[in-house]
Design a protein around this ligand. Structure first.
Ligand code: AMP
Length: 190
């Protein structure tokens, strides 16, 4: 059976968003990107946006209670009833525990956590080169390094959380986009 309640996990720049988009076309379930929702909140200068802005600009994680509130509201929408692809949430153990509770309240559970396995050092190099080519400032180099550190210290422990829950599937995230999609689809039985 194809998993329809999914979570994409991986370091910044690993291609989570790209793969989530390809998958949603195939599965017909919504992609839930807290990064996109927070960027919209910042753009509209909502109370959530005002809280999140400075953290996002520094490449730091937005406080758990803010992000959990955003995710809780989104997951309760009717279009998530038949499945969803979480992209960029949860990013801390506290968020993962909150997600478990939210899903229990909604009467469902996560079916697969797809962890994209990529070499983090190679990823930093690639992101830094891209930042240089696109002529970004040094600020961005610092932001990239901060985001990677945030991933290592706060998000990477989720791999164990989902391994223990028995829903972890690890997928090699290096290679052509279409090939990686094929690996993910095979792993989730799509
Ligand atoms: P993304 O587009 O997913 O890389 O997210 C961009 C930025 O939004 C991150 O660097 C964080 O500042 C913030 N953000 C998005 N999702 C979360 C989350 N689950 N927890 C904390 N901060 C988040």
């Amino acid at each position: 059976m194809t998993a329809r309640r999914l979570l994409m996990l991986g370091p910044p720049g690993a291609g989570k968003g790209t793969q989530a988009l390809r998958l949603l076309k195939k599965l017909g379930v919504p992609q839930i990107s807290t990064g996109d929702m927070l960027r919209e909140a910042v753009a509209s200068d909502s109370p959530v946006g005002r809280e999140a802005r400075s953290y996002m600009e520094a490449g730091k994680l937005v406080p758990d209670e803010v992000v959990i509130g955003v995710a809780r509201e989104r997951l309760a929408q009717p279009d998530c009833a038949d499945g969803f692809i979480l992209d960029g949430f949860p990013r801390t153990v506290a968020q993962a525990e909150a997600l478990d509770e939210i899903l229990e309240e909604l009467g469902c559970a996560l079916e697969s956590c797809v962890a994209l396995d990529v070499d983090e050092d190679a990823l930093v190099e690639r992101l830094l080169r891209r930042a240089q080519i696109e002529g970004r400032s040094d600020d961005n180099e610092e932001t990239i390094r901060t985001r990677m550190q945030e991933y290592r210290s706060k998000t990477a422990p989720l791999i164990d959380h989902y391994r223990r829950a028995g829903v972890l599937v690890e997928v090699d995230g290096l290679g052509e986009i279409a090939e990686i999609s094929r690996r993910i689809e095979e792993a989730i039985g799509a």
